[in-house]
Design a protein around this ligand. Structure first.
Ligand code: COA
Length: 152
């Protein structure tokens, strides 16, 4: 899809497929711990026809991924994660922008834990605003914060 030099290394974006299942399952677990999707959801996201799935590779290693889907006219960033050792190099922002472009919806939304400061900072920097709270959305009772970007 595209190739970009970050501060330290070359990152390339590609469409992810079911062949990336193991790598993305591993990333999902490392990024989300107790909130990680079950394997069936990861496999579904890599095979359902209308899902956007993009991986970021560094030296053929999957270093990040994003999953997006479309519900009515709204695109949703369903999952996004970057390996801990390569964070803060622009890969998350790169994946987010690529997924927004592939979704091609005028509005993009996502939901996150309000305590997830790194994700919240990424979304604020990328033009998202906070639009709604889903009470006790997450395991453990934390609210879900919905953020939205209107692309127009
Ligand atoms: C959220 C996540 C995907 C960000 O990935 P990343 O590759 O580190 O993000 P980027 O390097 O593109 O960061 C872009 C901007 O987001 C903000 N940001 C990202 N991480 C941040 C942090 N830990 N603290 C403060 N700001 C942060 C900064 O503004 C940053 O720009 P800057 O580095 O020029 O200051 C990554 O931290 C991650 O995988 N977290 C675990 C999974 C997760 O929480 N996913 C989101 C679920 S809603």
């Amino acid at each position: 899809m595209e190739s970009v030099n970050t501060i330290t290394q070359e990152v390339s974006l590609h469409k992810a497929t079911w062949r990336d299942f193991r790598a993305i399952m591993d990333l999902e677990r490392r990024c989300f711990l107790k909130d990680a999707w079950p394997w069936m959801d990861v496999l579904a996201s890599l095979t359902f026809p209308r899902t956007v799935r993009i991986k970021a590779e560094i030296d053929d290693i999957v270093a990040g991924f994003v999953i997006g889907d479309q519900r009515r006219k709204i695109g949703w960033i369903a999952s996004i994660g970057v390996l801990p050792n390569v964070r803060r190099q622009g890969i998350g922002a790169l994946l987010l922008a690529a997924c927004e472009r592939e979704l091609r919806t005028p509005i993009i939304r996502l939901i996150l834990r309000p305590s997830n400061h790194s994700a919240r900072s990424l979304y604020l920097k990328s033009g998202y605003v906070e639009v709604e709270i889903k009470r006790r959305y997450y395991a453990g009772g934390e609210d879900g914060l919905i953020m939205e970007r209107v692309i127009g």
